[in-house]
Design a protein around this ligand. Structure first.
Ligand code: SAH
Length: 276
């Protein structure tokens, strides 16, 4: 630890809440980099008796847990559930009823494509006290770590966050794609890596340009982050050629061009290696 970093939580303790037994905190851990944890999230992890966490949670986040805390991975990857949503809801409710300080630690933000709302509803219906702790969602983490400002004067005054995957694993068909395509200058897609062909075709039909820049931001905020830039017309081919891994965020819009000048992450990486 660098000097001055010790006991950060102790120094801000007066403005952090105490975790009461019998309650559940639904908490976002931020996406990718464990350093994106908020003070509220770190405070929650440090106090929890049991932590039910997602597959994408970085080990660095869990390192803040008490040595005697029970850690339980209930993650889903690629739409495959290891534990069903009903089982997760039952586990949260059961642990709270047993008087535990129960932490549900989710990637990014709990209310952004994370089923946090469903879990909160289950707790509300069971009469269990809960708190929601926001987190830095993958779209924001990916944009910052790729050096792609989502709003930029003269280029973008609006952006939309969209899931490219519905419950059946397909591109959602109940979205009004032409309205969406024309309604926001920048479009940011979650869970889109496997849908890119259908997504690109749908956006082109909905009126977006074939030469519009597209960024794939893979493993945003992690040491193995990759940013691949292409055009909407070639996006599916690029994705195939680059064998894109997940998790990935896809950003569509003119602001993607700023990546070439603002790619601080790639610029910083070799220096970090030299130092170690
Ligand atoms: N609640 C989460 C989203 C869960 S859905 C949030 O607010 O971020 C899972 C999707 O998030 C992935 O399919 C991917 O699109 C995105 N994602 C999560 N972590 C990511 C990362 N480190 N880099 C790129 N995309 C990520």
């Amino acid at each position: 630890m660098h000097s001055g970093q010790e006991d950060i939580l102790a120094r801000v303790k007066h403005c952090l809440p105490e975790f009461a037994g019998g309650s559940v905190w639904l908490c976002g851990a931020g996406a990718g980099d464990a350093g994106l944890l908020t003070l509220l999230a770190a405070n929650a992890i440090a106090q929890a008796d049991c932590i039910f966490y997602d597959a994408l949670i970085d080990a660095g986040c869990l390192a803040l847990a008490r040595a005697d805390a029970a850690l339980c991975c209930v993650g889903k990857r690629g739409g495959r559930a290891s534990v069903s949503q009903a089982e997760i809801n039952a586990a949260l409710t059961g642990a709270a009823r047993a008087g535990k300080k129960v932490l549900r630690l989710k990637g990014g933000d709990p209310f952004v494509f994370g089923r946090g709302g469903e879990e909160a509803l289950a707790l509300a219906q069971a009469g269990i006290a809960f708190r929601i702790i926001p987190g830095i969602t993958a779209a924001l983490a990916a944009a910052s770590y790729a050096g792609i400002p989502l709003s930029q004067r003269g280029m973008s005054q609006s952006f939309a966050f969209i899931t490219a995957c519905d419950e059946s694993g397909q591109l959602p068909h109940n979205i009004n794609w032409p309205a969406l395509a024309q309604g926001a200058e920048v479009l940011v897609f979650y869970m889109a890596a496997r849908q890119i062909k259908a997504l690109a075709e749908t956006l082109l039909q909905a009126g977006r340009g074939a030469d519009e820049p597209v960024a794939f931001v893979i493993n945003a905020g992690l040491a193995n982050q990759r940013v691949v830039i292409t055009g909407l017309g070639q996006a599916a081919e690029t994705a195939k050629a680059e064998v894109l891994a997940s998790p990935a965020i896809i950003i569509v819009g003119e602001v993607v061009n700023l990546h070439a000048q603002l790619d601080w992450f790639a610029a910083a990486a070799p220096k970090t290696k030299e130092r170690n």
